[in-house]
Design a protein. Structure first.
Length: 248
């Protein structure tokens, strides 16, 4: 199916082998090109060598290295955790205990056990999911992270809208549960963060950034939105009783 070819000198001057996928009946050209990119992706090779579940782990690593989000002792919620790479990074960096994890992940897909993380196999959009997450974590999170993306339909605009909806739901959830001073990190798309969502985040967090880590492919429209320093939930003032007979 594949054969190695020499593409020429790499950035270090060494000649590297590159994998090419042969044309095969039933395999679309777009699928063949994606497979070639995947097989030759240095982050894919690095993730295997480092023991991470996927190349996506490096996105969180690079964002954390820049913004210093993950600290020992923190409580973390990971939304859309499969296959578990972000849980691996978070558990290691917050030094989550094996016997009492402070990292909780959720996904409707099965995730193999991650040391230092508790995993819920259920859809984050289920009505019971928020309650289960908070019960499992055992307290307000310092950070809510989300690498969720909707299953693709092949229609770019539809896929875009569905993933943006997941980002909006994740943001609403984060605002309802975060500790004051906590942070929210979620996948979004270039040009896809709706004004209403940005306004919501800017009202509730002190700073809001769009981030594209090096591990996110250049050709991808993927971005991450980082909202830092949650201001805390505002108490809703009780309305005065002006019913007949009440004191003015």
């Amino acid at each position: 199916m594949t054969k190695p070819v020499k593409p020429g000198s790499g950035p270090t001057g060494a000649r590297a082998l590159k994998t090419r996928v042969k044309k095969k009946r039933g395999l679309k050209n777009s699928s063949r090109r994606w497979l070639e990119r995947h097989l030759n992706d240095p982050y894919v090779h690095r993730s295997k060598a480092d023991g991470y579940r996927s190349r996506a782990a490096y996105k969180l690593i690079e964002i954390d290295d820049k913004y210093n989000l993950l600290k020992p002792g923190q409580k973390i919620l990971d939304l859309g955790a499969a296959p578990g790479g972000w849980c691996q990074v978070a558990a290691a960096r917050v030094q989550s205990p094996l016997d009492a994890p402070t990292v909780v992940g959720i996904d409707y897909l099965h995730v193999d056990p991650v040391p230092g993380a508790a995993l819920l196999e259920m859809d984050f959009l289920d009505d019971e999911a928020p309650k289960r997450l908070m019960e499992t974590l055992g307290g307000a999170p310092d950070l809510v992270i989300s690498d969720m993306a909707a299953p693709t339909t092949g229609h770019r605009r539809t896929d875009h809208i569905r993933t943006m909806h997941l980002c909006e739901v994740a943001a609403d959830f984060a605002i309802s549960v975060l500790k004051p001073g906590g942070h929210f990190l979620s996948k979004t798309f270039q040009g896809g963060t709706e004004n209403d969502l940005l306004d919501l985040l800017k009202r509730n967090f002190r700073t809001v950034h769009h981030v594209k880590p090096p591990a996110s492919r250049d050709a991808s429209v993927e971005l991450f939105i980082l909202a830092k320093d949650f201001k805390g939930r505002q108490e809703v003032p009780e309305t005065e009783d002006h019913s007949p007979g009440s004191e003015a």
